[in-house]
Design a protein around this ligand. Structure first.
Ligand SMILES: Cc1cc2nc3c(=O)[nH]c(=O)nc-3n(C[C@H](O)[C@H](O)[C@H](O)COP(=O)(O)O)c2cc1C
Length: 276
């Protein structure tokens, strides 16, 4: 049973003084979602048999655009492959340590094969929207797996850095034309000695609009307050302190700051996505 006070506690962790009051009935699912945190410190312990199949069943239960199911996932467990993936993603040590790495793929190759066998054209596969649809479907599926993992006590963290060196990742994972690894997910038992904390978010008034978009009047003040909240979070985690806004601007400063991802279009073309 969810504890009635848990949601309020988690909302305070997420929003500080600007936490909205949630007056609906307590729910375990809501508590789990509000308590989300990425885990980057894992025990090396193996996962129970059936974990992968359970996570993939949750993933496949996500909605899918026109039910086209234009995604696939590769479960990587071998240590040499995880070591190499850690290297290819900018030396993310947790990828080598977590026992499971799920590589989520935008996969248009399956429908291309269906078209080939039926000797039908599938010109729609070549459009940007179809690629976007595949990425959206992969993300929804992966997030279902994240929630399923959390419900089992497992920790996860995404790896968008899978797109830093896409050709080498494709080579390692053996992905054919029409398949693009969009992000990864490390899965494992969280290390209780180094627990992750709930990370603050922007206040709702910065992201929530009613009826029509309106640039929030207090945006600058909200972001200054959020910069301070993130510094408080970083201090609590013994991390170097930097304003969120400065981090965001550093992250998006220029092409080199994108760490290889500025050439995504080129990599997609090479993988057979024309993105018309
Ligand atoms: C698509 C995506 C890609 C991400 N890529 C990485 C990554 O490469 N490395 C990493 O440590 N965290 C990665 N993250 C995790 C984010 O840094 C994290 O979700 C964010 O800082 C918020 O923290 P929280 O998840 O603990 O609330 C990624 C998250 C998403 C959604």
């Amino acid at each position: 049973m969810p504890h009635p006070a848990l949601a309020s506690y988690l909302l305070r962790a997420r929003y500080g003084a600007q936490a909205p009051a949630i007056t609906l009935a307590a729910s375990q699912v809501l508590d789990q979602l509000l308590g989300h945190r990425s885990v980057r410190h894992f025990l090396p312990d193996a996962l129970p048999a059936g974990t992968i199949e359970t996570l993939v069943a949750a993933a496949q239960s996500a909605p899918s655009s026109s039910n086209l199911q234009t995604w696939s996932v590769i479960a990587v467990q071998s240590q040499p492959s995880r070591d190499r993936l850690a290297e290819l993603t900018g030396n993310q040590a947790h990828i080598a340590r977590a026992p499971l790495f799920l590589a989520w793929l935008a996969d248009l190759s399956r429908i291309a094969r269906v078209a080939g066998r039926a000797q039908r054209s599938a010109d729609g596969l070549h459009y940007l929207d179809t690629f976007l649809m595949a990425v959206i479907d992969a993300a929804l599926a992966a997030q279902n797996a994240v929630s399923a993992a959390a419900s089992l006590g497992l920790g996860t963290v995404y790896a968008g850095a899978l797109r830093n060196r896409p050709e080498e990742v494709a080579e390692l994972l053996g992905t054919p034309d029409g398949v693009f690894p969009v992000f990864g997910l490390a899965v494992g038992w969280p290390d209780p000695v180094r627990p992750a904390a709930v990370k603050p978010r922007l206040p709702q008034q910065a992201v929530l609009h009613h009826e029509r978009y309106q640039t929030p009047a207090a945006e600058a003040q909200d972001i200054a307050a959020y910069d301070a909240a993130m510094r408080g979070f970083q201090a609590g985690q013994q991390m170097p302190q930097q304003d969120w806004s400065a981090q965001a601007l550093d992250r998006l400063r220029d092409a080199p700051a994108l760490k290889g991802r500025a050439r995504l279009v080129e990599a997609l073309h090479a993988a057979g996505f024309s993105l018309r």
